[in-house]
Each structure stands twice: as C-alpha cells, then as structure tokens.
Design a protein around this ligand. Structure first.
Ligand code: PXP
Length: 236
C-alpha cells in the first residue's frame, strides 16, 4: 500500500507569518527520502496554504507522484492544466470549512464533475474523486467514467475509539468490495493517524493512503522524516 503525504500544513505554518519558511518543497523532498510514494497538495480557492508557485516548484523537483486536490471548477481546471500534476483529486470545498468535510456528492454534481473530469482526462491527467463510503456515490462515479476513487475515512477516524468505529469500518470494507467489482482503483484518506491507520491498512484492495495532518503534527516532535517512516511502518 502506497503512502501519499499531504504537505499542506507546512504551508499553513509558513502562511501564518507570511514568510518563506517552512518550505513545502523541502518537506516534499524529506518525505520522499523517507519513503513516501507521492506528494499531495490542496490548492484551495482562497489560497490559505499552498500557493501556485509551490506547485510549480514541486512539479520540477519531486520524483514520485504529484496529486493535486482541487475544487470542481473550470477555473481550477485551467490552473491544473498549467501545473500538470500526475493526478487531480476532486474534492468538495467551501470557504468557511477548517478542512474538507465529507466526500463529494457525485450524484448531485454529476454534470459539473463530468465536465471538469473530462477536461482533465483529455489533457492526459488522471482523475480521482473523494467520496464517502457509499455505494450510490461509487455507482455514480463509475457511470461518469472516472476510474479512481479516494474513500473518505474521516467518519471512521472520528469514531475509531468508540462504538461507531466498527460500523464505519464496515461501510468502508463494503465500499471497497463493491468498487473492486467495478474495477475501480481505490485510495483512501482523511483523519488517519498513527493510532487508527492499521485498521484501514489491513484492507488490501486499497492501493494508496493520503495522510497529512497527523504526519505534519507529529513532525513537530519527531522530525518529518521520522514521522513519515513511522507511518509507513504502521501501514505495512
Ligand atoms: N484526502 C483528501 C481528499 C483530503 O482533502 C485530505 C485533507 O486535505 C486528506 C486526504 C488528508 O487528510 P488529513 O490531513 O486528515 O490526513
């Protein structure tokens, strides 16, 4: 199972002082050297952390895979076509949210998603959608010709140490089995930590986990390299 490291919060720290450190490009290099299989960034429409210039530099420097999380908008398509990530992950985005809350509603926004995904795919970029572990969302994604899903583990993560965790894990496992039958590539992420990652990592059909906040938070105490290595150890 691969690990994509989301480095947004290195940029959050930099933007808190509007200065030039810590540098997300350094973070990406350290994460790769520690064994990360990919680097993920969310270019938010309010540009609160990662900036376009960061992605331009990352595109030139990183040696693994660059995953751009983006809102479903034609403005973002223009940006993505210029920045040329390896994959674009479509996520819901609202200005007030602290972080991505919930998966994209593929049924509700099918037309817009089809337009955005179609434009990205036509330019040779892979497209994934971030969705809740829900069979109807999986069916809707498949109908749009999108071959990769990232399952939102946020609800599982929120509940991992209470009675709901089994229920949430069950939803994820059922979604994984169903997606496998449709031949979708399955990624997962959101809210994963050293404590809860192993329950998700034991689902072998999941090819990749995208993890940010917990790795960056632990990096403050352990160093980024050590935090990435520890997460890889727990996944494996
Ligand atoms: N996957 C997606 C689609 C996300 O939006 C995020 C958060 O930016 C993550 C994974 C990583 O979540 P976390 O920072 O909680 O590990």
């Amino acid at each position: 199972m691969r690990l994509g490291v989301n480095i947004d919060h290195i940029a959050t720290l930099r933007q808190a002082r509007m200065t030039n450190e810590p540098d997300p490009v350094y973070a990406a290099v350290i994460a790769e050297l520690a064994g990360a299989n990919g680097i993920t960034v969310h270019l938010r429409q309010d540009r609160r952390h990662i900036q376009e210039q960061d992605i331009e530099l990352l595109r030139r420097i990183i040696k693994t895979k660059l995953n751009l999380e983006m809102a479903v908008s034609m403005d973002m398509v223009k940006v993505a076509l210029r920045l040329k990530p390896d994959i674009c992950t479509l996520v819901p985005e609202t200005p007030e949210e602290v972080t991505t809350t919930g998966g994209l509603d593929v049924m509700m926004y099918a037309e817009k998603i089809e337009e955005v995904a179609g434009n990205l795919q036509a330019a040779g970029l892979d497209v994934s959608v971030f969705i809740d572990p829900d069979i109807d969302q999986i069916k809707a994604t498949h109908r749009l010709g999108i071959g990769i899903i990232e399952i939102n583990t946020g609800e599982f993560a929120k509940n991992w140490n209470n009675n709901y965790s089994k229920l949430e894990l069950d939803k994820i496992e059922k979604s994984v089995s169903y997606s496998k039958k449709l031949n979708l590539k399955i990624y997962a992420g959101h809210g994963l930590t050293f404590q809860n990652v192993s329950s998700i990592a034991q689902i072998k059909e999941i090819e990749e986990l995208n993890i940010g906040h917990s790795i960056i938070a632990n990096a403050a105490f352990l160093g980024l390299s050590e935090a990435v290595k520890r997460m890889i150890q727990l996944i494996n």
